[in-house]
Design a protein around this ligand. Structure first.
Ligand code: PLP
Length: 444
């Protein structure tokens, strides 16, 4: 179906599945982030199928999808070239737990596309690959502490699930934030090894680096902070990170789980022209299948290459997931593909800007075309760091998201997350999205 999409009908089927799930799944869900609501309805949507940009829930409602499994389904759902390649692997064996030729071809392609990638290792999720990069950095430097930025998300594992979403009361002073564990169950010893700093603040960065001189193994960041509503790096801030890390012998890690291969074939490091020592990839890498990678300079990866620093994983680079990644990256390595993704997103961004400006609604639409978010800041200025996000109008965000959902546009339920754009949005679907956005803003 092209053009206009139907408005949201009943969602009783989703409600029934959520009720049923309570007795077998802890909390009825498989990931904490999925405990969302459907506008006024206190249960998440259950999806049944997808094709291209469209997904369909168990009640038969159809949506244009700008969640695309958190950016993973970058070629769209059930992309024909993936279906064909993966069907072949289903027939020839999905996994042997041994070395396989596809992982080699995939690693070679990553080294060709990504500026920092001289050696690669694979994993199955972003959290795991972050853990691998941190292990590599600690093994290489012989140091323990990691500097992370407040609000940046690097997965759910203990290592860095710290100060992801602290409340204003927990967060401590702006320029020397507390390291706040994201959850009970994270040991104090792990928290002690994490130093937290505000994003985009050169003076605060300098002070924190000085206070921990000689102790830091790595500085890790999301170069575009997808998990802080696509807060952009201030001009020169990534360069400053690069200079400081080089001067101090600290491994600079870019978490490109969201930006990788999406913001262009070389990810954010190519976009901003700043090359980290290590980078972490997942999401768009697998085109919807679970695969991740960490990659970086030969020198930093060398202790792992020698087998001195350990890394493992039964499922790493299985032929099934490595094939999905190879097919996906071959497509994303064509600049016209990432350019189209970017241009599609930019048109939606511009439509939101125009509609909110016409109605005098203060907000910023920030990020890049491939991933962006609307933040209802009090003065309409873009956010600079996590603390700015605590002052945004969350009720208005949720109302906007609900109005979009009613008009068949599926976006992330969280105001601190973002829209992800796939390569399959047709001109008609883009026009329908822009129309729905304009109507949704008018309904606020
Ligand atoms: C920037 C970033 N890093 C790491 C992760 C963790 O990835 P995963 O959920 O695959 O473990 C995420 C997940 O959203 C992410 O956005």
């Amino acid at each position: 179906m092209n053009g206009r999409i139907p408005t949201l009908g009943g969602t009783g089927g989703s409600r029934a599945w959520f009720d049923r799930a309570q007795s077998s799944l802890a909390g009825g869900i498989s990931s904490s982030a999925r405990l969302t609501s459907t506008g006024p309805h206190p249960y998440p949507l259950y999806m049944a199928s997808g094709s291209g940009t469209r997904i369909r829930d168990v009640d038969g409602n159809e949506y244009l999808d700008f969640l695309i499994s958190y950016g993973s389904a970058v070629l769209g759902h059930a992309a024909p070239e993936l279906t064909e390649a993966l069907t072949g692997v289903l027939h020839s064996g999905t996994m042997f737990g041994t070395c396989n030729p596809v992982e080699v071809e995939l690693a070679e392609l990553i080294c060709e596309m990504v500026p920092c990638a001289e050696l690669v290792r694979f994993a199955n999720s972003g959290s795991e690959a972050v853990q691998g990069a941190i292990r590599a950095a600690r093994g290489y430097t012989g140091r323990s502490k990691i500097l992370k930025f407040e609000g940046h998300y690097h997965g759910w594992s203990d290592t860095l699930a710290i100060s992801n979403r602290p409340t204003a009361a927990e967060a401590g002073p702006y320029d020397a934030p507390h390291a706040v564990p994201h959850s009970p169950g994270i040991p104090g010893g792990v928290v002690d090894d994490v130093v937290v700093c505000p994003w985009n603040d050169p003076a605060a960065l300098h002070a924190v680096l000085e206070a921990h001189r000689g102790e830091l193994a790595a500085v890790i960041c999301e170069p575009i902070v997808a998990n802080n509503a696509c807060t952009m790096p201030a001009p020169g801030f990534l360069d400053l990170l690069r200079e400081e890390c080089t001067a101090r012998g600290i491994v600079l890690v870019f978490d490109e789980v969201c930006t990788g291969f999406r913001t262009g074939p070389g990810g954010a490091q190519a976009l901003f022209g700043v090359v980290p020592d290590l980078a972490v990839f997942s999401k768009a890498l697998g085109g919807g299948l679970p695969i991740a990678a960490f990659a970086g300079l030969r020198q930093v990866m060398e202790p792992m290459a020698r087998g001195q620093v350990k890394h493992g994983g039964t499922y790493n680079a299985s032929p099934l997931c490595a094939t999905a990644a190879l097919v996906t990256l071959r497509r994303l390595n064509r600049t016209e593909v990432t350019k189209r993704i970017d241009e599609t997103g930019r048109q939606v961004m511009e439509t939101i800007r125009r509609a909110t400006r016409d109605r005098g609604i203060p907000c910023a639409v920030q990020g890049v075309g491939a991933m962006f978010q609307t933040v209802f800041t009090p003065d309409g200025a873009p956010t600079r760091h996590y603390r700015d996000l605590l002052t945004t109008d969350q009720d208005r965000y949720h109302a906007f998201r609900h109005e979009l959902l009613k008009r068949g546009i599926h976006t992330n339920a969280y105001n601190m997350a973002c829209w992800f754009v796939s390569a399959t949005v047709t001109d008609d679907e883009l026009a329908a999205t822009c129309e729905a956005v304009t109507e949704a803003v008018a309904a606020l």
